[in-house]
Design a protein around this ligand. Structure first.
Ligand SMILES: *Cc1c(COP(=O)(O)O)cnc(C)c1O
Length: 223
């Protein structure tokens, strides 16, 4: 299957309000251009330097989503252009994004990443840590970041019931945060969940953004 056929395959399954993030990490700009010519405009990367390099070489109407763990010292590389940071998991990182966004005269949209998987290797917040961030006096002064939702990754398992429970948990976290902190903010509306192997379950559980890499571009080559 070609990249454009793969994109069509996913697009056909998505409700109108759900966005497809094409995860292009490790893929060269020529491959990204294939997807671009097929109409794809939203791409996800997980390395700041790679994303900045690709941004410089590719059309300016691409929306760049940063999907991985972002180190504070790398924020400045992507602050001039990044559309959405999917995986904010500390106040320290949020403050740095705010600072760099301010330097670039922008407001940067961010999602809070939650730890919903069983594996403890994955990054992410629990409810208590998120509540601490959102209640912090300093948070209110961060006028150059906008929290637009939540993100999470399910456990890598064949057990669909488990994946389903974990995505359900993320949906409940989203609803609780909305009620507690974002009642007046319609912009808090995103649930980023679902990858090539589990996106169907994520859609059932109310995902608004699925992040698909291998399903569109084929296996990654980490040489
Ligand atoms: C790599 C990656 C994806 C895409 O994974 P695939 O299994 O290739 O679809 C999605 N989200 C994050 C955070 C990733 O790092």
């Amino acid at each position: 299957m070609s990249i454009s056929e793969n994109l069509r395959y996913y697009k056909d399954q998505l409700p109108e309000e759900v966005r497809l993030i094409a995860v292009s990490k490790t893929k060269p700009v020529t491959t990204i251009m294939e997807a671009y010519h097929a109409g794809q405009r939203v791409f996800g990367e997980n390395k700041a330097q790679d994303m900045a390099d690709k941004y410089g070489q590719l059309p300016s109407d691409i929306q760049w989503h940063f999907i991985g763990h972002l180190q504070t010292n790398k924020v400045k590389l992507i602050a001039p252009f990044v559309k959405l940071v999917h995986a904010v998991d500390s106040l320290r990182l949020l403050k740095e994004i705010n600072k760099q966004a301010h330097n670039n005269n922008r407001v940067i949209d961010c999602l809070l990443q939650f730890h919903i998987a069983e594996e403890d290797t994955k990054f992410g917040l629990n409810m208590e840590e998120a509540t601490d961030i959102l209640s912090d006096k300093e948070f209110k002064n961060l006028t150059n970041v906008s929290i637009t939702g939540v993100m999470g990754m399910a456990t890598l398992t064949e057990d669909e019931h488990q994946i389903s429970r974990e995505f359900e948990q993320l949906h409940q976290i989203f609803a609780q945060l909305k009620n507690t902190f974002f009642m007046e903010q319609p912009s808090f509306c995103e649930i980023s969940m679902g990858m090539s192997d589990d996106y169907k379950i994520a859609l059932v559980k109310g995902s608004t953004m699925i992040r698909i890499g291998t399903g569109i571009f084929g296996a990654r080559n980490y040489s």
